[in-house]
Design a protein around this ligand. Structure first.
Ligand SMILES: [Mn+2]
Length: 307
């Protein structure tokens, strides 16, 4: 256990104290230096095209804050996954239009992938996913996107921009990434018409999951993925009773263990090349959703790097 209680130095003078750094899991320098870390957390507090509830710009900060309460030992994997090294970047400057933000995320991700880092991008709104997908597309070739979401996000354009959060999976499709979307329970007629008959979009509705056997829908999802996979987790995929803290909640969503089961099988059966967790809009005093998002990232790191 090396969760940090650091001493700080000012001009070479040690200031003694139990300082817990504001990085993912509160790790000390040895386990969180950029050079030696296999994982990089990229916080993108972007909130510009949200259509309903606000607050997702606070998502990355709250996830990182909550992560410091997550136990470092994984009782399922029987190891401490942080040992692969997890570096947390500062928050990306987000005072730009949606297209500019996508370009910035892409540029940063590209450099990290060049250095062989596994990047977990924390939103912020769902539109940030496109920057990460484009960077991985350029560097990693062909892959599927597994979108865990209440919404299809397949609109061609929304509220005057093609970079709206409601369009992000349409843009990913245009990058040549076939989609598997799980937990879906809300989309427009335009999107329904668009999906019909397409072999490159597999939608697994929340209601189908309810009717399916415990693992049948997971097998169906994973068998539709290419060998390489990028995972995007919109936290509104969870039931609002689990995560009330999101901008566009929809009734009838996932539980913790359902999403964990999907992630476990995807990481086990496929080569996951990157992921993001988006749309957390923290509510003051309700810590459960923040901790869930943090633990979801940490579980994913464990599944990715388990030996
Ligand atoms: Mn959504």
């Amino acid at each position: 256990m090396t969760r940090a209680h650091l001493s700080c130095y000012i001009s070479g003078v040690m200031i003694e104290g139990n300082f817990l750094p504001h990085n993912f899991l509160g790790l000390d320098e040895k386990d969180s230096g950029l050079e030696n870390s296999k994982v990089v957390i990229l916080p993108v507090p972007y909130e510009r095209t949200v259509s309903f509830g606000r607050g997702t710009s606070k998502g990355p900060h709250s996830i990182i804050y909550a992560s410091r309460s997550v136990e470092l030992y994984d009782d399922e994997l029987k190891c401490e996954p942080y040992e692969v090294g997890i570096h947390t970047l500062p928050e990306l400057e987000c005072d730009v239009d949606p297209e500019g933000m996508v370009n910035e995320v892409q540029a940063v991700c590209t450099k990290l992938i060049d250095n062989d880092k596994f990047v977990i991008t924390l939103g912020g709104e769902h539109s940030i996913t496109l920057g990460a997908v484009r960077a991985h597309r350029e560097k990693r070739g062909k892959f599927s996107v597994l979108n865990i979401d209440a919404h299809c996000d397949l609109r061609d354009s929304y509220e005057g921009t093609k970079y709206n959060h409601a369009c992000v999976m349409r843009r990913a499709l245009e990058e040549g990434c076939p989609l598997v979307e799980c937990g879906i329970r809300s989309y427009s007629k335009e999107e329904a018409d668009f999906i019909r008959g397409r072999s490159d979009v597999r939608v697994i509705h929340a209601r189908e999951i309810l009717e399916s056997g415990k693992n049948d829908w997971i097998d169906e999802a994973v068998s539709n993925l290419l060998p390489n996979v990028y995972i995007s987790v919109d936290v509104d995929s969870f039931d609002p009773s689990v995560i009330p803290s999101t901008g566009t909640p929809e009734p009838g969503g996932f539980s913790w263990y359902e999403v964990l089961g999907l992630l476990r099988k995807t990481f086990l059966g496929k080569n996951v090349i990157g992921m993001d967790i988006v749309e957390l809009a923290p509510i003051a005093g309700i810590l459960g959703p923040d901790v869930l998002a943090a633990k979801l990232a940490y579980k994913s790191i464990g599944y990715k790097f388990r030996t």
